[in-house]
Design a protein around this ligand. Structure first.
Ligand code: ZN
Length: 216
């Protein structure tokens, strides 16, 4: 059965290839991508009461409280460029945010790109970069010059954010926050799971096939 699908949430842990797949989805459905990270940067750069409150939390390294995230994102979705739909990335992050979204405009589908923690770790821990931002991977895209950059010969290093303990902690938080959210959407029959362990191009194909056979 073909359905209307213009309001979609994209979920998946770090390194699940979400940004690549977001482009596939927004291109096919012709909807804008609303990324929580970008909305945060935008609001913090502006002088508004919400922006000041959020900046205060971020400057202290604290999580932005649910009510502020909800105000920010629902505000964004109410704007003109979202009137024909949107793809949400990075929101909702937990059940509370998901319920707030459902009781406002709601969504038709939630796409979850699932990869194991083990696979996420493999993808993240192998990352190396140089100070000019050229990115390599020990396994998938090694530099031909070993521990210096192929392109600019600068030394390659691992970002602090990509170190094992940090990544483990971040994944654990993600699982903890999203497990109830996934159950919630599953019960509402909105959850569509894609196998993110495959090659990125194959995941894109799975998503496109789903969209082609479901969207009217
Ligand atoms: Zn380089």
């Amino acid at each position: 059965m073909l359905e209307k699908m213009k309001k979609v949430v994209l979920l998946g842990p770090q390194a699940s290839g979400k940004s690549t797949q977001a482009k596939v989805i927004t291109d096919f459905l012709n909807i804008p991508l609303i990324a929580a990270s970008q909305a945060l940067r935008k609001v913090v750069a502006k002088d508004s009461s919400l922006g000041r409150k959020i900046k205060e939390k971020m400057d202290q390294g604290l999580l932005v409280p649910d009510n502020q995230m909800i105000t920010l994102i629902l505000g964004e979705l109410g704007r003109d460029h979202c009137r024909n739909g949107f793809l949400l990335d990075g929101f909702p992050r937990n059940l509370n945010q998901g319920q707030a979204l459902e009781s406002s405009c709601g969504v038709e589908k939630v796409f979850n790109i699932e990869i194991s923690d083990q696979e996420a770790m493999r993808r993240i821990l192998g990352r190396r970069m140089c100070k000019n931002g050229h990115v390599f991977h020990l396994e998938y895209k090694p530099s031909e010059k070993g521990d210096v950059c192929d392109i600019c010969a600068e030394e390659l290093y691992q970002r602090d954010d990509d170190k094992e303990e940090v990544v483990k902690k971040r994944l654990a938080i993600y699982r903890d926050e999203t497990s109830k959210l996934l159950d919630y959407y599953k019960k509402k029959d909105k959850l569509v799971v894609f196998d993110g362990q495959k090659d990125m191009a194959d995941v894109s194909e799975d998503i496109l096939n789903y969209l082609k056979s479901h969207v009217g």
